[in-house]
Ligand binder design. Structure first.
Ligand code: CU
Length: 182
């Protein structure tokens, strides 16, 4: 019982207690060589996680709106970082947009959009859509199996029911015998 409670506490506490640190661009980091669309597609961002941008002084990190992300406009940046080692907390579910404000860098691909999902409920809904695809394939093979098995019973139906009755009667007799013996 204590073990089960411990497991339950661990399961409930783990997603909240430990956020994942996503190093933007992986080993490439935050620079003009990165492909942040591909990188972000391979990551799962959950509330409580953090992003770590590592870059040299020729780059910066601007937090921008979706429109400014699309337009590569750093004029209305919500936040701007230039310390070369920037941690950004993903504290709310939704989308966040980052661009490098250095001229030509954003339009050259130095821009990142992340979709942050809430710690627990939304993470279960993306997994539910995939099972529905599998049941239809498993239900299709079974009808042929069920249609092939019915034909034999009607032929031997009489004999089978007699056999069943005999076995039932036999088991009743045996049961009664054991009941008396015990
Ligand atoms: Cu840059």
């Amino acid at each position: 019982m204590a073990m089960q409670i411990t497991l339950l506490i661990l399961m409930l506490a783990t997603p909240v207690a430990y956020g994942v640190q996503h190093i933007v661009g992986g080993s490439t980091g935050w620079n003009q060589a990165g492909d942040y669309v591909t990188w972000a597609a391979g990551e799962k961002f959950v509330v409580g996680d953090t992003l770590l941008f590592t870059y040299d002084s020729s780059h910066k990190v601007d937090v921008v709106s979706q429109a400014d992300y699309t337009a590569c406009n750093s004029g209305n940046a919500i936040n701007s970082y230039q310390d070369g080692n920037t941690t950004v907390a993903l504290s709310t579910a939704g989308s966040m947009y980052f661009i490098c404000p250095t001229a030509g860098h954003c339009s050259g691909g130095m821009k990142l959009a992340v979709t942050v999902t809430a710690a627990n409920p939304p993470s279960t809904s993306p997994t539910t859509p995939s099972p529905p695809g599998t049941p239809p394939t498993t239900t299709t093979p079974s009808p042929p199996g069920t249609t092939t098995s019915p034909p034999p019973p009607p032929r031997s139906n009489g004999a089978a029911s007699i056999y069943c009755n005999m076995m039932f009667g036999f088991s009743v007799v045996l049961g009664t015998m054991f009941a008396f013996m015990g």
